[in-house]
Structures are given as structure tokens and as C-alpha cells.
Design a protein around this ligand. Structure first.
Ligand code: 6U4
Ligand code: NA
Ligand code: NA
Length: 156
């Protein structure tokens, strides 16, 4: 089996809003998403998630917890992506636009799912309810889900 690439995704949720970033370049360009990227050699997923948040939004999360592990299999990518998904509600600093991301707060009732990865609409309900979850999504043409598995888990 091909080893997956390990990536992170972190959403800050505070006062009934979620902080997302408009991805200005690279994979997922033109969509809103949490902050994240590839975990580097020698880093834990938590360390990678906090570093990517700092690089992309200029803030430091102080209470990040892992909530999900989701694998994305893209028909046009040689390796699946295993994404460790984190929740935070507290941070220091001021969310600031970077070369990669333009941050904005969205009401939890108005998350822009039509401008996000299509899997997000499926796992956000569990994420926002404070549940832990695990799953796999298989894609064709980069953004069309052909099959998925998703379940709540006791621990990750
Ligand atoms: P470099 O190449 O270093 O600038 P890096 O920031 O390390 O990039 P990037 O931005 O390519 O990595 O990482 C992709 C981001 O997109 C990660 O946060 C994971 C996330 N992602 C990938 N597929 C996704 C999907 N189907 N749904 C989702 N997030 C996804 O919500
Ligand atoms: Na990134
Ligand atoms: Na990176």
C-alpha cells in the first residue's frame, strides 16, 4: 500500500463563529478552508497544525485538540492525504492575511459550504458537536466525491 502524506487542518471556533481562510494559491485554491498543510519531518501533527496556523493566519492557538482523522484519496494524486483535524477556541495574536490565506469569521449558521471542499459539509456537524470522527473520502476530478466512509469514534 502507498504510504499516505500526513497533513493538518485546524479550525478556530469562538463565540458562535468559525475562522476560515480563503486559499489564494496551491491545492484547494479558491476555496474556504481551515488552516493547515504538510506535517514536516520530526514534527507531530499537533506541532504541524500550530505551525501552519501561525504561518497562514499569524495566530497561535492555545487550546488545540485533535478531533478527526480523515483520509482523502484523489484519483489524480499518487498518494492519499491523511489529514489530522484540530479544533481550537482560544488564540493569541490577530488573524492577518498572508500570501496563502485571507482569514474571515463565519457564523456557524452560515458556513460557506458551497465554496468549500464537498466533504466538509459531511463532517462539520460532528466536528461542531464536539465529537471525534474518522473517515475516508474517495474523489474523482479532484473535487467530486465518489464514495465515502465516516463514523464517530471514541478515541483517535
Ligand atoms: P506548501 O506546498 O508547503 O505551500 P502546505 O501548506 O504544506 O503547502 P497545502 O496547503 O497544500 O500544504 O495543504 C493542503 C491543505 O488542504 C491541508 O490543510 C489539508 C487540506 N485539504 C486537502 N484536501 C481536503 C479536503 N478534501 N477537505 C478539506 N481539506 C482538505 O477540508
Ligand atoms: Na497550507
Ligand atoms: Na507547509
Amino acid at each position: 500500500a502507498v504510504e499516505p502524506k500526513i497533513l493538518t487542518l485546524l479550525m478556530v471556533v469562538q463565540d458562535g463563529k468559525v475562522l476560515l481562510g480563503y486559499k489564494k494559491r496551491g491545492f484547494g485554491e479558491g476555496m474556504w478552508n481551515g488552516f493547515g498543510g504538510k506535517v514536516e519531518p520530526g514534527e507531530t501533527p499537533t506541532e504541524g497544525a500550530l505551525r501552519e496556523l501561525r504561518e497562514e493566519a499569524c495566530i497561535d492557538a492555545t487550546d488545540a485538540t485533535e478531533r478527526g482523522v480523515v483520509t482523502f484519496v484523489y484519483d489524480d494524486k499518487p498518494r492519499p492525504m491523511q489529514v489530522h483535524i484540530f479544533h481550537a477556541s482560544q488564540f493569541t495574536g490577530v488573524p492577518t492575511e498572508t500570501d496563502e490565506m485571507r482569514p474571515a469569521w463565519f457564523d456557524l449558521e452560515a458556513v460557506p459550504f458551497d465554496k468549500m471542499w464537498p466533504d466538509d459539509e459531511l463532517w462539520y456537524p460532528m466536528f461542531l458537536a464536539g465529537k471525534k470522527f474518522s473517515g475516508t473520502f474517495w474523489f474523482t476530478n479532484t473535487t467530486t466525491i465518489v464514495r465515502h466512509e465516516l463514523r464517530e469514534v471514541e478515541s483517535l
